[in-house]
Design a protein around this ligand. Sequence first.
Ligand code: PLP
Length: 459
Amino acid sequence: MLNSLKKAFGGSDDTRPSAGKKGDISREKSAEFYEKAKNYFPGGVNSPVRAFKSVYGTPLFIERGDGCFLWDADGNQFIDFCCSWGPLILGHNHPKIREKVTKTLAKGLSFGAPTALENELAELILKNNRYIEKIRFVSSGTEAVMSAIRLARGYTGRDKIIKFEGCYHGHSDALLVKAGSGLVTFGETSSAGVPKAFADETIVIPLNDKTALETAFANFKEQIAAVIIEGIPSNNGLLIQESAYIQSLRDITKANGSLLIFDEVITGFRLGFEGAAAHYDVQPDIITYGKIIGGGMPVGAYGASTELMRLISPDGGVYQAGTLSGNPVAMAAGIAQLTELRTSNFYKNLNTKTEEFADAIQRYAKAKNYRVNVLNVGSIFWFAFTDKAHIRAASDIDPASMEYYKTFHRELLNRGIYLGPSGYEVGFVSAAHSKIELEKAKRAIFESLDEVFRHKPAV
Ligand SMILES: *Cc1c(COP(=O)(O)O)cnc(C)c1O
């Protein structure tokens, strides 16, 4: 999602060299819908990365999804590895979620008053998560992060936050900030409409760089409310951090009276039920959730210790509210999904399956001497068109490598595989991806890699 920011403003026009041997799928209906949509929405979409600005063609309009499959308006069928950008860890149209949601919506859609469903989802989460004691439900990841930042500022009485280049935290003003020219500087806004004064409160530093971190704390002593990092940065490629580095974030924040926020909107309930906190065994001060927590419905949440959460209104002075927060239908979807995630070996099976999938592709690419690195953690994977072994910071990614992805994406669509329409986006495997479909997907990926490297030189 991070790079959709750049792409939304400077996207490529569609110059389509002819497809590989396979030929292009029919996209007539989708193209028709897209033409219409352009009359209604900026860029024809309601979220920028959907606009296919960094791949060939125009957006596919989706008709329905079931299990690991998607069908578009032209009747093309795809094995889906985008999974609505992460929420659908059980795949599309899961019967248990559908049943629970259907039952709940028959009683009304929203009351603006508490329901027992909120208790049920909170209990399911808090009883099985050692890292938070209290939680507040909101309606998106953006809202969760925005509220977590406010809580950190309210608690510390400080204004500045440190974020990392290559991490996306939603589109709130404080976080639409990119690195300035120096190593440790105030950020520059990455969107028009964000006041400079806001960007001045956000310090942007590179990932995996202890010196930059220490310099930031030395330069802004006693001004830093919080350091925020994605559990595993997955919005600008997959930038897997070393445990020791994450521990250093914990140590330096503690030593300076600042809070550590894990933005687990992707990693929460994805790496395991307790997300990245358990993955590293590091206790953050505040954790944000989204995506999976709502089972495909719009839900976000932030959680922390009882001591910290006491500051949130109406108990405390940090104001945060929402007309549709804790919406019963959304809670029902979350309960049904998270209940499935608690079944034994859920994550072991999912993660093993994904690892085997990624390893097989990596072996194929290696045997063919293709310059592609298949990164994987849990059920997240990412194709990096590079021969670098470690990709830990945004600067480790060569923007020119995205040309490879562009061809790859088209070849995959032509072979019935749906991945996010940008090379910076990660893929997700869901519990609904069976061995058979993963085998099919592998073959399609092998063929697509062959096409990608047919014209481009191997190393
Ligand atoms: C998706 C995402 C967000 C924003 O969530 P929305 O529901 O799109 O507002 C925030 N942080 C991270 C890490 C995300 O991946």
